[in-house]
Design a protein around this ligand. Structure first.
Ligand code: ZN
Ligand code: MN
Length: 487
């Protein structure tokens, strides 16, 4: 029993709502929170005789995503009808892409907690339409809201390359960053813009034999937390089930499970009959999609540097910590702002400190992104320069930054107004240093004697000067004078 080892195997399916203005196949505006069934038309209501028209923008977004995920983009794809019967899908089929997805055979790097990255293969990327929402809240009745029906959905399917709950989460977070970087989705979890379906099983080795547990697919997870927890839960459940019943893939087939958030457990929904009978067939109402090479080049030109490569570059080029680089590249607006300030002459590490210690907190408090604070990158660079030169201390820099946002004044003006300029005038400071040295002969002797006490005594003298100047002396200049005097 004790010689049992196992590997976790997870593939992930992700649905992402694209932020086009209108729906996938009709002119209805996308909506969130409007009155039920107020954003519908004959097409998305599935009325007989209504004809769909493809949304060009959605196709562009999907191709952009496929390129960002390093997929091969198909030169010919088409639309297929996937038949199923639920009230939230009034046509009785979903328009999707079956055998010819827009993109396939891709891969992305995800950051690992242990540092470094891992390559995850992407099996396919395709476009389809979302369903409406069934509501089971009206005592005894069910209602349906079709505002969401027909919203463009990007479906991304990975190969089963994920081996832990943490990796599954990292991939999901990475995809959120990517679609936001590309500007193709808000990817707001609270609004259901991203939904996850992990396929999980274990490969168990025991007494030299290998066993595979049946795959469980957990449906419709809409938070990173639920995603990570449900995978962790499934690992333990499948292990327990194997030890108890010895069930393997040969005996039980694939099952579909739901996530019970309150009990933090997955719940069996159905044991899947082998292949689903979706009766896919090409949609006769829609023309195929044939992206031409010039069109693809045009879309490729809009690709931007993605978060992980950008993070790696910040560590390498600017000497930032992996953590700080991750914070700055979390969203594109922050990373762009950081780079503008660096381009304006700010020291990257100093800019990074000002942003991570103060700037991002301010933005967060105000519910904005960094550019939304109205701060000029060049002024941030100027503030960084003042701190670096010792015109103001680092902590004064952290005081001046919020005041810049508040008042729109320059850092130089604020340093003066707030009385935060450090005294760097060597003549004036020399006088003060000499006074301090005269009053502390014992400490001076300790410094000159060298050895253990020397550093401490020097620190004490520097502290005395700072105290006499009420903290306004530039410590760098004071240290230089001390060194000269005590040589
Ligand atoms: Zn419509
Ligand atoms: Mn789908």
């Amino acid at each position: 029993m004790n010689d049992l080892t196992y590997n976790v195997i997870v593939g992930l399916e992700i649905h992402v709502q694209l932020k086009t203005r209108t729906k996938m196949f009709c002119g209805c505006a996308l909506s969130f929170g409007e009155e039920a069934n107020s954003r519908v038309c004959p097409v998305c209501l599935g009325l007989p005789g209504a004809l769909p028209v493809m949304n060009e923008q959605a196709v562009e977004y999907a191709i952009l995503a496929a390129l960002a995920l390093n997929c091969r983009v198909a030169d010919f794809t088409k639309w297929d009808r996937k038949s199923y019967y639920y009230p939230d899908l009034p046509k009785n089929y979903q328009i999707s892409q079956y055998d010819l997805p827009l993109g396939n055979d891709g891969a992305i790097e995800i950051p690992l907690e242990s540092g470094g990255t891992k390559n995850i293969r992407i099996r396919r990327v395709h476009l389809e339409e979302d369903a409406g929402k069934n509501l089971h809240t009206a005592g005894g009745f069910s209602q349906v809201d079709l505002n969401r029906a027909g919203t463009p959905l990007l479906e991304i399917v990975t190969e089963p390359d994920l081996n832990s709950p943490e990796q599954v989460r990292a991939l999901a977070v990475e995809l959120q960053r990517i679609v936001r970087y590309l500007g193709i989705s808000e990817a707001d979890m609270q609004k259901g813009h991203m939904r996850f379906e992990p396929n999980i099983n274990l490969v168990i080795e025991r007494a030299g034999r290998q066993f595979k547990t049946p795959i469980a697919e957990v449906k419709n997870l809409n938070s990173f937390r639920a995603l990570e927890r449900s995978v962790a839960y499934e690992i333990q459940r499948q292990l327990d089930d194997f030890l108890e019943t010895g069930r393997t893939m040969q005996m039980g087939n694939k099952s579909t499970r739901g996530w019970d958030d309150a009990h933090e457990a997955t719940v069996l929904q159905r044991e899947k009959e082998e292949a689903h009978d979706y009766r896919y067939f090409p949609d006769p109402d829609l023309v195929p999609v044939v992206p031409t090479p010039p069109r693809l080049d045009e879309i490729r030109a809009r690709l931007c540097e993605l978060p992980v490569p950008r993070q790696v570059r910040y560590v390498r080029a600017y000497g930032l910590s992996d953590y700080d680089a991750g914070v700055l590249t979390a969203d594109r607006a922050t990373a762009d702002f950081f780079e503008q300030a660096v381009a304006a002459g700010g020291d990257p590490k100093r800019i990074c400190n000002l942003l991570t210690q103060v700037g991002l907190k301010l933005a967060n408090e105000r519910g904005r992104d960094l550019p939304g604070l109205g701060l000029e990158p060049s002024r941030l660079a100027a503030l960084a320069g003042m701190v670096d030169r010792g015109d103001v201390s680092a902590s004064a820099g952290n005081t001046i930054l919020p005041a810049m946002v508040e008042t729109g004044k320059t850092p130089e003006t604020l340093a003066q107004e707030l009385n935060l300029l450090q005294k760097s005038d060597a003549g004036e400071l020399e006088g003060i240093v000499d006074q301090v040295l005269a009053q502390n002969a014992a400490a001076v002797a300790d410094v000159q004697a060298g050895g253990k006490k020397s550093q401490k005594a020097r620190g004490f003298l520097l502290g005395q000067v700072m105290q006499k100047t009420k903290g306004q002396a530039n410590p760098k200049v004071v240290a230089e004078i001390l060194d000269r005097r005590l040589r």
